[in-house]
Design a protein around this ligand. Sequence first.
Ligand SMILES: C[S@@+](CC[C@H](N)C(=O)[O-])C[C@H]1O[C@@H](n2cnc3c(N)ncnc32)[C@H](O)[C@@H]1O
Length: 306
Amino acid sequence: MTSEALKFEIRDNVLSIVGKDTPEEKELKAFDLLVRDIGKAYRAELLSKEDLKELARSFGDDFLNNTMQGFGLLKPYGYAGDFMMIDKIYTQWESGIPKYKIWDEYFHNHAAPKAVRNRKKYFKKVFSNLASQTNDELHILNVASGPARDLLEIMEMAHVKDIPVFATCVDIDDNAIQYASKLLKPYEQKVSLVHKNMFFFSPEYKYDLVWSAGLFDYFNDRMFRIGLSKMKKWVSPGGTIIVGNFNKENNPSRDYMEIFGEWFLYHRTKDELIKLALDAGFERENICVSSEEENVNLFLHIKMPA
Ligand SMILES: C[S@@+](CC[C@H](N)C(=O)[O-])C[C@H]1O[C@@H](n2cnc3c(N)ncnc32)[C@H](O)[C@@H]1O
């Protein structure tokens, strides 16, 4: 098949699914296969970037303005993965327009949004393990905190269990900081929110846990190393740095994110994360990599010597 014929066939197939008032399960499965084929055709250079753009927009303005997939593509705050998008993933937001609900369910059932929800669970688990080892105050730094719903749930847990915890959130986007400050209002005495680029951030204290998910996979290797080395000064002796990154070896949503959301991330393997940590000056014995249940988000752990 010529590239032109393939383009038409793919466009027709996409339109035939998009055109349905309410696609059924089998049509959404067909859409999954289509996404995979589009990804393959793009990598084989049978489709151009422009073709992908046209396909992503073939869903139409109404769809794009009222669905998770559309918010992802339109980027109302100017960048992929803004605080609102992430919070809509956490809360599994669905369109009030009945015919689009199924598309939002489809979105939330993808591996990547599941992994995002899992990373909140992961953060909470790390926190409870830490809290179980001490009665002292715990100090957490959440770098690129976005909506900070993860921290809100940690503060709620700490409140119920009477765990003394203080936290700082840093984010480059003032809208994210404003949003997080509303969410964290009940804990305003214990949480400070800092509107800053992490590369210009220099905290007054050191933290037991420095956590950052959904940031380092936007960085190239050079920025990754610089960001990670900065964190060395922010963590207490015996404390831990944890940095999340999408897994190069397992992200079944990658084509969907890139083609229909124009959401591009630096995916990395476990070994690549370890190498970056070594290059940033950490010792091998203090480094390990783990993952959430979907194995789509990896977590680089660095335990500082006491
Ligand atoms: C994908 S969200 C992740 C939010 C949150 N960590 C979570 O997982 O729920 C990425 C966040 O990184 C923030 N961000 C991007 N570059 C940053 C930088 N250089 N310094 C601080 N925040 C940054 C964005 O504003 C956005 O809120």
